[in-house]
Design a binder for this molecule. Structure first.
Ligand SMILES: [Zn+2]
Length: 53
């Protein structure tokens, strides 16, 4: 059923509220030298993204 959506691996931007599946193509991946890989919001370019895993 379409209404039965799994809540696994969803990421959300804390800045603008953008939501997409974690690891999805919607997110921008950036490399930060000290922090490693970070997820960046394509909507507001914030890296304040919550990844629920
Ligand atoms: Zn955002």
């Amino acid at each position: 059923m379409p209404s039965e959506v799994a809540t696994a691996d969803r990421s959300r931007c804390r800045n603008c509220g953008f939501e997409a599946p974690g690891g999805g193509d919607e997110w921008i991946r950036i490399e930060v030298p000290k922090l490693g890989r970070m997820t960046q919001c394509p909507n507001c370019e914030s890296t304040d993204v919550i990844t629920s895993r």
